[in-house]
Design a protein around this ligand. Structure first.
Ligand SMILES: C[S@@+](CC[C@H](N)C(=O)[O-])C[C@H]1O[C@@H](n2cnc3c(N)ncnc32)[C@H](O)[C@@H]1O
Length: 261
């Protein structure tokens, strides 16, 4: 987990409003820039060439190249963003989505965003789907969420469904959700499969929203595939972007809908 090569689970630990510090001159960044300068200016060209051809350097290059190459790169066209509106943050996005709706949050963690969905979007039904199956997002979180939302669960407004997104989603009827918010492992493969399934599970004209519409979390050394999966889905299925958020920390959210609604 956490390596460039493995694209594992993700981190969505940066909370709303937390200061972005990706571009700061951290000691790591300074050492890396210093090393690059030394390499380029002090080493003679012949030695640089020998080093460049060394198996270990080739191996490092390959591991970076392969990871990007595994993810399809599909370009959006103007029509995919013709109706796109930018909103400030996730709360503004929730306020823009339909109220009194049948909603799912897929990837719940400890339920903090679930509470914000209830507050800002006022859904009539909220389904919370999560596997809670690793060290960070462990099984104890299901109880944390249950405690946090006990009144809403008792009233039947909120339900918890434990399991993998692509398994749990098949248990819902087609055309069931008004909108969903997707926030699971952020890999290309998972996101691609989730979008395919969700497009059957949302009503015609329904919205699929989700988190981390970015290419990676470089602080955590995680390459995501959300942008590629979402854009590919839009191009192949005639869907369009209707909202993106615009937070300073750049953990942006997206919302897409089938064209023509
Ligand atoms: C980034 S957190 C969700 C954060 C939450 N939406 C929020 O904004 O506070 C990701 C969650 O997705 C869950 N998850 C990851 N992959 C999953 C999958 N394939 N199916 C279901 N849940 C998954 C993890 O257990 C974790 O709780």
């Amino acid at each position: 987990m956490g390596s460039f090569g493995t694209m594992a689970r993700l981190s969505c630990s940066i909370k709303q409003g937390q200061k972005d510090n990706y571009m700061q001159t951290t000691p790591e960044n300074l050492i890396s820039a210093f090393g690059r300068n030394l390499y380029n200016t002090l080493l003679p060209a012949s030695m640089r060439q020998r080093l460049d051809n060394a198996p270990i350097v080739q191996g490092i290059r390959e591991s970076f190249k392969d990871e990007a190459a595994e993810i399809p790169y599909v370009l959006l066209e103007e029509r995919h963003i013709a109706n796109l509106r930018v909103v400030l943050n996730r709360d503004a996005l929730l306020q823009a989505l339909p109220e009194q709706a049948v909603v799912a949050e897929i990837g719940v963690a400890s339920g903090d965003f679930s509470k914000r969905i209830l507050r800002h979007a006022k859904p009539s039904r909220l389904h919370l789907i999560d596997a809670w199956d690793d060290d960070r997002y462990h099984s104890g979180l299901e109880q944390v969420v249950t405690d946090k939302l006990d009144g809403e669960i008792e009233s039947g407004r909120v339900s918890i469904h434990r399991g993998y997104s692509t398994t749990v989603l098949t248990t819902f009827p087609d055309n069931y959700f008004d909108w969903v918010y997707l926030d699971t492992d952020h890999t290309y493969e998972t996101t691609r499969d989730e979008l395919k399934l969700l497009s059957q599970k949302v009503k015609p004209g329904g919205i699929i929203a989700g988190h981390d519409y970015i290419t990676g979390d470089w602080k955590m050394r995680n390459r995501y595939g959300v942008v590629e999966a979402v854009n590919e889905f839009c191009v192949e299925n005639n869907w369009e972007l209707v909202y993106t958020t615009y937070e300073t920390h750049r953990h942006l959210s997206f919302s897409i809908r089938e064209m023509g609604y």
